[in-house]
Write a protein that binds this ligand. Structure first.
Ligand code: ADP
Ligand code: ZN
Length: 433
């Protein structure tokens, strides 16, 4: 068996635990000095100086996405501004993004995690890696890009969309590995056929798939369509991004890189540790990040932990494919959207009445979002060109806040059934895939 970083990937559990304890305490000390955590710990009467063991650590309060929003833009930053070399952002819950900063050390560590993951899947420097994830503030672009380069592959920063160009790049430059969201992969397979090609003739060997949940059946479908091996890649920007956990060739869960993350699974209701092998919410702590240490972050992702050493020889624990979320976050074509963000946008627009509904469908393999918006009676009865202008305005505002383009349908008061009890704002007709 070959490894990219053999010593750390196959480290004994005892040594790994000792390393984690040291790094955990260092990370906690750094965090405790940031304005956000200093206040949080003072408010909850925690003295971090007393925390010297993992057991004591497990009693600290959790961090949530709302905390990140509250500390916007840099309340969680633990290093001088001049030492920050990069930022990324992900969607917040009320329109404000959550921002993550990185030092040169952090980027270096993350790059190693990605390179280690891709190597584990079987990629080598002779491979050509086409990164079909959106570049920009999202982490799937630059994150995988740097790691693939470190492995020595030629990286094609294709970004997402434009099927014909993707096919041309693949055939002209002999791409062997693609990084793609599952929804785009399903769509891409059909488009390749529509362009007169057999996806198997593209010569691909690997598909790294992540950023949104998908079933084993979808993975199998992509494997059959392209004649590739699919590897599941999990991550979230709060914990750097992709390659927090990654499938190995044994394909029995994703190795979660415990030299960088301290892993807990909790019962999301009681907040107590889940029993071994029990499904629960993944809670992660950065233990090798200097710019922005995050302590006990509630990912809201549901999974299970496998603790036994894997047949591949790696000692890092594995998590099951993500089984769901504990909150209402929607993942639409790989982009995180909270219904509250949509509400926030709508409520700033004076013509908008009191009710709205989000309808999610899938056309082919592409997610479509329709936002039905109730207008005030007086306005709805107004002239058509005015209605058209309002519709365009809402579509524009939603697009700039969400980074995806929903369609808007204006309705008159009463057309959307008023809710009794807890409003059901989202009608998700997509089913799982
Ligand atoms: P990304 O750019 O990777 O989508 P975000 O921070 O925007 O990062 O979103 C992270 C969320 O995306 C995770 O909390 C999880 O819900 C979802 N996600 C990422 N990768 C996977 C995966 N492989 N399987 C299921 N869900 C995933
Ligand atoms: Zn393994």
């Amino acid at each position: 068996m070959e490894y990219f970083q053999k010593d750390i990937e196959t480290i004994s559990r005892d040594k790994l635990l000792a390393l984690q304890e040291t790094r955990l305490i260092t990370s906690l000390k750094a965090a405790a000095n940031t304005p956000f955590y200093a206040k949080k710990y003072a408010d909850s009467g925690v003295s971090t100086g007393d925390i010297t063991t993992i057991d004591a650590f497990r009693k600290l309060p959790f961090t949530t996405k709302d905390d990140l929003r509250l500390s916007y833009p840099n309340g969680m930053c633990a290093i001088p501004d001049e030492d920050i070399v990069r930022m990324h952002a992900s969607s917040g819950t009320t329109g404000k993004p959550t921002v993550i900063f990185h030092s040169a050390h952090d980027i270096d560590v993350w790059t190693d995690l990605v390179a280690r993951s891709l190597f584990m899947a079987g990629m080598r420097k002779r491979d050509v890696f086409q990164n079909m994830m959106t570049y920009g503030l999202f982490t799937g672009g630059l994150g995988l890009h740097y790691g693939a380069e470190r492995l020595g592959m030629m990286v094609i920063p294709a970004s997402s969309g434009n099927t014909k160009r993707q096919i041309d790049l693949m055939t002209d430059f002999h791409t062997t590995a693609m990084h793609i969201t599952p929804s785009y992969a399903l769509h891409f397979a059909e488009e390749v056929v529509a362009h007169g090609f057999d996806p198997k003739d593209l010569g691909l060997k690997f598909a790294v798939m992540g950023a949104e949940p998908y079933s084993l059946a979808t993975a199998k479908k992509i494997e059959a369509a392209f004649g590739v091996q699919v590897f599941n890649c999990y991550g979230l920007s709060e914990m750097n991004g992709p390659a927090v956990a990654f499938e190995c060739p044994v394909k029995n869960g994703m190795h979660i890189w415990e030299d960088s993350y301290f892993v807990e699974i909790i019962n999301p209701e009681t907040l107590k540790p889940a029993n071994p092998g029990e499904k629960g919410e993944l809670v992660l702590t950065t233990i090798n990040r200097t710019a922005m240490p995050i302590i006990r972050y509630r990912t809201k992702d549901l999974t299970m932990l496998y603790e036994e050493t894997c047949a591949c020889g790696r000692t890092h624990k594995r998590i099951e494919r993500i089984l769901g979320r504990t909150d209402d976050m929607l993942i639409i074509s790989g982009v995180n959207v909270f219904p509250s963000q949509i509400e926030h946008v709508l409520m700033e627009i004076p013509e908008v009445g009191n009710n709205y509904q989000i309808v999610l469908t899938r056309e082919g393999h592409l997610d479509k979002m329709l936002v039905k918006v109730e207008l005030y009676e007086k306005i709805f009865k107004g002239d058509l060109s005015q209605l058209h202008t309002i519709q365009k305005k809402i579509e524009h505002e939603l697009k700039s806040a969400l980074l995806i383009s929903p369609r808007v349908k204006l309705t008159e008061p009463g057309e959307i059934p008023p809710s009794t009890g807890k409003a059901k704002r989202v009608d998700d007709q997509r089913g799982s895939f």
